[in-house]
Write a protein that binds this ligand. Structure first.
Ligand code: CIZ
Length: 311
């Protein structure tokens, strides 16, 4: 009895909704968040879709259930709003694989190269780049650059994927997402054997070997649209497991498989309902960015949006 009461979230969810309305807050959750967090959010999406929604809403408070760089992106675009990250320790190992000092050194080695930063990086790195990109628009952004040489940071796998679709010379940074790297080719062979009629969709943060095994290489927003428009019924989803909840919610009649148990991002799973409640109650944890960095980082994000607006 006591256990049942402990795990019943109904009351907590009601308290969250009440506080949200009282404080005119907007709760957004990344597609990699826990199912119960996605379910209480006003919107679920990829980092940039969510930041743009955050900028459009007339809410005073944005509770961004995700990791630090994503909440930062929302703050860069909406400096007047209070942007809260409920689990302050939720970082991103990929974003931590590049520092401003390291980028300064690398830029000096390639003075003629344009610098393209995947949005999975800190506000400081965004501020030092010429332009940002997401996994949904990286190819178009790189191809629109005036330079022939591009220093692409910090994800080497996405950079390699872009290189396959570009005549530019891409200089790769040795970063990568540990979650996507835990997926192995043998996982795909095994699940394909069990479900030969399922299409394999791979995220470009996965290794080249895995991308080669896929029917399509897509960002999370592209995966959603692909599955909605496809006549296929079964899909193997090569990205963080939270995405399966988003796809199953949007398409309850289709079947989605997770190819590897390793596809779980510990940072994305840090935010729990209790954190969202406390975040709203105590206004924890506000994201702040020094204004000179925010202005430069905003230019890099706007540069990307001028090449290819995110729908
Ligand atoms: O930018 C994002 O939200 C991430 C991390 C992946 C994607 O493909 O949407």
């Amino acid at each position: 009895m006591a256990m049942d009461m402990f795990w019943d979230d109904t009351e907590l969810i009601e308290k969250i909704q009440k506080l949200k309305n009282e404080k005119n807050a907007f709760i957004i959750a990344h597609s990699y968040e826990r199912p119960e967090i996605q379910d209480i959010a006003d919107e679920v999406g990829d980092s940039l879709e969510l930041s743009r929604l955050a900028a459009k809403t007339d809410a005073d408070i944005i509770v961004f259930c995700s990791v630090h760089f994503m909440a930062e992106t929302a703050k860069i675009l909406s400096p007047q709003k209070l942007v809260l990250l409920p689990a302050i320790e939720a970082g991103c190992p990929l974003a931590d694989m590049i520092t401003p000092e390291q980028l300064t050194i690398e830029k000096s080695k390639y003075p003629d190269a344009g610098v393209v930063a995947y949005v999975n990086c800190s506000a400081e790195i965004k501020a030092m780049a010429d332009v940002c990109c997401t996994s949904a628009n990286a190819i178009q952004v790189v191809n629109a650059m005036p330079q022939d040489q591009i220093l692409f940071v910090p994800d080497q796998h996405l950079g390699r994927w872009v290189q396959k679709h570009s005549n530019k010379k891409i200089i790769l940074w040795a970063g990568g997402c540990p979650t996507h790297q835990r997926m192995k080719a043998r996982d795909i062979f095994q699940i394909k054997e069990e479900h030969p009629d399922a299409l394999v969709l791979m995220h470009p943060e996965a290794s080249e070997e895995l991308c080669q095994l896929a029917d399509a290489v897509l960002s999370t927003s592209q995966m959603l649209r692909f599955c909605q428009n496809s006549t296929a019924q079964k899909f193997i989803i090569g990205t963080e497991m939270g995405m399966l909840h988003r796809l199953r919610t949007a398409m309850p009649n289709k079947i989605f498989f997770q190819p590897s148990k390793g596809l779980i991002c510990p940072n994305m799973k840090m935010t729990q309902l209790e954190d969202v409640y406390e975040s709203l109650l105590e206004l924890k944890y506000p994201i702040e960015i020094p204004e000179h960095i925010r202005i430069q980082a905003k230019k890099s994000l706007e540069g990307m949006l001028s090449v290819i607006p995110v729908k």
